[in-house]
Design a protein around this ligand. Structure first.
Ligand code: 13P
Length: 284
């Protein structure tokens, strides 16, 4: 089923009532996308499957939108197909026109005023088409493709409140100490800041940079109001590592489908672990 913005909001309400977060997994191609979707169904968990604009550049928005649509339609558990960390409103519009039912407009690198203006534009276009929108406040450090900052800049609760109030955005990624990619030090999440933001922001809060955050900290973040947990690097590195291992063990003449079956199994195991960490399987 393809979920409208209202249905996505209902999913978040259920997560809030149940004390869990909806896991979000970044994919790179059709093999890992199907691994993620299968793992979600086997765990009976609602999830977001997301791609970065880099993946759109590599594969094409029409193909991704079409496969995302079929994946959502065929799934027995709710899947939301999401565009992650898009810095360009026009690409958000194109994603919406090609069947994505959620987009993240990330203008967190600009001033609060510019961030609000950009988010407003996307919200207006998306809401008229029943599509869910996420924005970001503060700067979540990234050495990769997620952002364009190599320094962390924590959000303030007041900026978060103003951005949500002025834009009508549906979900908010908050910079409270997490980073994209592997950590070079122990992650230090600012739970006090998260609590302050939760008190003044009525929409679901999103934890970015899931890779490398210890399970107890992810759980503590969920207990303090996080309703979506984004994981990218852990999925991608598991996938690439598994393909490498399969080729080493089976040889280059092995059929691609057999190599990928091996890789998919490993990706599924990691996805299922994260679903449990988020308590999204209803049992953890
Ligand atoms: P990681 O790659 O650190 O897991 O972060 C992913 C993310 O936040 C995508 O939005």
């Amino acid at each position: 089923m393809i979920m409208s913005r209202v249905q996505v909001a209902e999913l978040f309400e259920a997560a809030s009532a149940g004390g869990y977060a909806i896991p979000h997994f970044n994919h790179s191609d059709f093999w890992d996308m199907s691994a993620i979707a299968e793992a979600a169904q086997e765990s009976k968990a609602p999830i977001f499957i997301a791609c970065l604009p880099k993946v759109i550049d590599a594969i094409g928005i029409e193909k991704l939108g079409a496969v995302g649509k079929i994946t959502m339609e065929q799934s027995k558990t709710p899947i939301i197909y999401h565009l992650d960390h898009c810095h360009n409103a026009d690409i958000c519009f194109a994603a919406i026109d090609n069947g994505y039912n959620s987009v993240m407009i990330d203008a967190s690198h600009s001033s609060l005023k510019e961030n609000i203006e950009t988010v407003k534009k996307v919200v207006q276009y998306a809401h008229a088409r029943g599509v869910h929108v996420e924005a970001e406040i503060g700067q979540i450090k990234s050495a990769g493709d997620e952002g364009n900052t190599v320094i962390s800049g924590k959000a303030t609760a007041d900026d978060a409140r103003v951005l949500v109030k002025e834009t009508g955005v549906d979900a908010l990624a908050v910079a409270f100490g997490s980073e994209h990619g592997f950590y070079t030090h122990k992650p230090e999440l600012d739970f006090e800041l998260l609590r302050q933001v939760r008190q003044v922001v009525p929409v679901p809060l999103v934890l970015h940079g899931g890779t490398g955050i210890p399970e107890e900290d992810v759980r503590r973040a969920i207990d303090n109001g996080i309703r979506k947990v984004n994981v990218g690097t852990h999925i991608r590195c598991t996938y690439i590592g598994a393909v490498k291992q399969a080729i080493e063990e089976m040889g280059t003449q092995t059929h691609t489908a057999d190599i990928m079956a091996f890789a998919k199994d490993q990706v599924k195991t990691v996805v299922k672990q994260w679903i449990k960490t988020c308590r999204a399987d209803g049992k953890s």
